[in-house]
Write a protein that binds this ligand. Structure first.
Ligand SMILES: [Zn+2]
Ligand SMILES: [Zn+2]
Length: 211
């Protein structure tokens, strides 16, 4: 984080109403109802703090695991029309700035806000934590996958309690196979596609199989 002179801190507050918030661990603007969107830019303010205009250099990053801070509406640029704010970081100094969705996009992170909305609506992958999208060209999961993304979805082997007399029926209908070493019937496939009838025969799952 950048260490600023008292003079710069004074300027930031007097001119822009921008200050360091220990509570949010970032630079933010005083929350007001009368913003002045046209006069101030995110880039001018980040330049005072870090020496870089994160809008023009693209020298910023966002963290997809950080949710929006709900209830705040005044972006560091002065615009006060947002329903929640997001943290955007300077790549070199790691200073965080609390900004609205428009400024996140202006800094080149077009999908970030939409992804977080998806995370809120659809949840995240239970293995890699990526926000889940069920529709559109960037879809990465389906509703029926039980909170797993395409990348993390892998086949599992499920061992079944099938008796000798039942075996022909399950072989014909669900293609269950016999493991001679374990002396057990098993089904291999995506867990969310396990047929209901086999669920009642569930014995145990081996989930470190190579799919
Ligand atoms: Zn803004
Ligand atoms: Zn995943």
């Amino acid at each position: 984080m950048s260490l600023l002179s008292q003079e710069k801190l004074n300027t930031l507050y007097e001119v822009y109403r921008v200050y360091w918030s220990p509570g949010f661990n970032c630079w933010m603007r005083e929350q007001t109802r009368s913003g002045n969107e046209k006069k101030f830019e995110l880039g001018e303010i980040t330049k005072i703090i870090t020496g870089e205009n994160i809008l023009t250099t693209g020298e910023s990053y966002v963290n997809i695991n950080e949710d929006a801070i709900e209830g705040l509406s005044t972006c560091i640029c002065g615009c006060c029309k947002c329903g929640g704010l997001y943290k955007i970081y300077n790549s070199n100094t790691n200073d965080a700035f609390l900004v609205g969705s428009k400024c996140v996009e202006k800094a080149g992170h077009e999908n970030f806000v939409a992804d977080l909305r998806c995370a809120k609506r659809n949840g995240r992958c239970k293995y890699c934590n990526v926000p889940l999208r069920f529709n559109g060209p960037r879809s990465n999961s389906k509703n029926i996958y039980d909170k797993v993304c395409y990348n993390c979805r892998s086949k599992v082997v499920i061992y079944l309690k099938i008796t000798y007399n039942e075996r022909e029926y399950y072989k014909a209908k669900y293609y269950v196979k016999w493991n001679p070493e374990l002396k057990s019937w098993y089904w291999k496939g995506y867990e969310d596609e396990l047929p209901d009838e086999l669920k009642s025969k569930f014995w145990y799952k081996e989930d470190n199989s190579t799919s």
